[in-house]
Design a protein around this ligand. Structure first.
Ligand code: 13P
Length: 241
């Protein structure tokens, strides 16, 4: 079974022209391209094989929420996936588990596939709190979907991204990532059975190390930041999924 490669461009590139070029070079099956908001619609028009993703959303449908973007708005321009609770939003922008839960429900209610990011900081890892942190992030993040909520989304993705491994060139070892992903899968056993759940790894993934993660059947894809901005890297990574 093919695995999923989610390309999180973060706040890159700086211009629409560069974004369209990168999109053209990333247009492969089983790839999700998540550009910055201003470029999403135009990138969506270019993609023929890859799917369109967003990097965030707001939980209300419409109204007086300056600067925010709703699930309905994203859906109306062809977005299929949305990253929620990325560590850069949690740790640099003060996003809480409660906010993340509302975003996740909004995405799922509107038929977008949520990509919920979880992962521990270096301090939490050193204090042997990794499992507790992930458990909390999962339980709270998923607290508003489930049995009672009418979830339109058929699928839920969890990205395990240790904060200390993001953008550092110091990835979690594949063996340890596998262990944590198995822990996540165990925790998710009681989640609504109608939801198809996949767990991905993210954090300093590139074309050199991607295969070491994907060789495990339990690692169902990767969420890639820095390497997603280099067309040569993308083309090499696509061959591994
Ligand atoms: P890097 O691949 O640059 O470490 O970023 C990972 C990430 O945050 C993807 O969401």
């Amino acid at each position: 079974m093919s695995k999923l490669l989610i390309l999180n461009w973060k706040m890159n590139p700086a211009t629409l022209e560069e974004a369209l070029f990168l999109a053209m070079e990333s247009d492969y099956k089983d790839v999700v391209v998540a550009p910055p908001f201003p470029f999403i619609e135009e990138v969506g028009k270019i993609l023929k094989k890859a799917e369109l993703g967003a990097q965030d959303l707001f939980w209300e449908d419409k109204g007086a929420f300056t600067g925010e973007v709703s699930a309905k708005e994203l859906k109306s321009i062809g977005v299929k996936y949305v990253i929620i609770g990325h560590s850069e939003r949690r740790h640099k922008l003060g996003e809480t588990d409660e906010m993340i839960a509302k975003k996740l429900k909004a995405a799922a209610d509107n038929g977008l596939i949520p990509v919920l990011c979880v992962g521990e900081t270096k301090a939490e890892k050193d204090a042997v709190k990794k499992e507790a942190v992930i458990k909390r992030q999962l339980e709270k993040g998923l607290s508003l979907i489930g049995q009672k909520s009418k979830v339109k989304s058929q699928m839920l993705l969890i990205a395990y991204e240790p904060v200390w491994a993001i953008g550092t060139g110091d990835p979690e070892t594949p063996e340890s990532a596998l262990k944590t992903i198995n822990y996540i899968k165990k925790l998710l056993k009681t989640t609504d059975k109608s939801l198809q759940i996949k767990v991905l790894y993210g954090g300093s993934v590139n074309s050199q190390n991607l295969g070491d993660y994907l060789k495990y059947k339990e690692v169902e894809g990767a969420l890639v930041g820095g390497a997603s901005l280099k067309k040569e890297e993308v083309q090499k990574m696509v061959k591994l999924i």
